[in-house]
Ligand binder design. Structure first.
Ligand code: CP
Length: 300
């Protein structure tokens, strides 16, 4: 059975730390064509800039060739082909599949059909484990540790898959969480129960200014317009938060602002030049962590 990365729980704490160490080696020396005999399939049923391009960069840096699609309009999905048949075909053509799909659980389903490793590049509002790996790498690089940090997650905690994966990954490292969101977009109950069962402290607020000064990481998120069934509800919450430079004056010197990107209005552009802003470097870290994940799943 191939090893997959569908949920962050598919990697143990030790495997996560091993992957982060490997990413550090790839960052020191990114040109390592150790997979020149491999083909990576990149199949994106939903739009992406960072995840797809950083995966494809990672595969190219490793010497692998990349096939795939980023627009299902050019595929036989438009003729009614099922996900099952698509995955069966693609796993015959490639050594590893990277999939993004709008349905929760679709990546797990793909892994049950595929004869080659499957990496979940985001399934609906569920999980985005490779984003989490680069988030952890970014936290480790900026804080020098993963343990005992106060993480303030802000924005769309209901539909934002990145916060769900990150919460689970950080649970290995004795964190404290603050969840900052409007009532409509609170962290789902199952994730709060998960933390309660592990005795991990968390609190919730609607007030963005409340938790800024004692946070080590402020993890901003975009309101996920594409997940709303009611456009009026989206209109009501879309501009609920906007973090600007003047709000950061009392923050801890080590505090870094992360964001999986793309951003809309939730971080003002005047924050970009601040020492606290780390979201563009964070996106660059995606190449090294994805190199580590691909090579690990292909046994190199
Ligand atoms: N962070 C992230 O998943 O970005 P993309 O949607 O651009 O891939």
């Amino acid at each position: 059975m191939p090893k997959h990365l569908i949920s962050i729980h598919d990697f143990s704490r030790d495997e996560i730390l091993e992957t982060l160490s490997l990413a550090r080696e790839f960052e020191k020396n990114p040109r390592q064509p150790i997979l020149s005999d491999k083909i990576v399939a990149s199949i994106f049923f939903e739009p992406s800039t960072r995840t797809r391009l950083s995966f494809e960069t990672a595969a190219n840096r490793l010497g692998a060739r990349v096939i795939g699609f980023s627009d299902i309009g050019n595929t036989s999905v438009t003729k009614g082909e099922t996900l099952k048949d698509t995955i069966k075909m693609v796993s015959n053509y490639s050594d590893l599949i990277v999939i993004r799909h709008p349905l929760d659980g679709s990546a797990r389903y793909a892994s049950e059909i595929s004869s080659v490793p499957v990496i979940n590049a985001g399934d609906g509002a569920n999980q985005h484990p490779t984003q989490t790996m680069l988030d952890l790498y970014s936290i480790l690089k900026t804080q020098g540790k993963l343990e005992n940090l106060k993480i303030n997650m802000v924005g769309d905690l209901k539909y934002g898959r990145t916060v769900h994966s990150l919460l689970q990954a950080m649970s290995h490292f004795n964190p404290e969480f603050l969840f900052t969101s409007p009532d409509e977009l609170k962290m789902p109950v199952e994730y709060k129960e998960y933390l309660t069962n592990l005795n991990i402290p968390f609190s919730e607020t609607k007030n963005l200014s409340k938790g800024l000064d004692d946070s080590d990481i402020i993890y901003m998120t975009r309101v996920q317009r594409e997940r709303f069934t009611d456009p009026i509800e989206y209109e009501r919450v879309k501009n609920f938060y906007s973090l600007n430079l003047s709000m950061l004056s009392g923050c801890k010197p080590n505090m870094k602002i992360l964001h999986p990107l793309p951003r809309v209005n939730e971080i003002s552009q005047d924050v970009d030049a601040s020492d606290h802003a780390y979201y563009f470097e964070q996106a660059e870290n995606g190449v090294y962590t994805r190199m580590a994940i691909i090579s690990k799943l292909l046994g190199k």
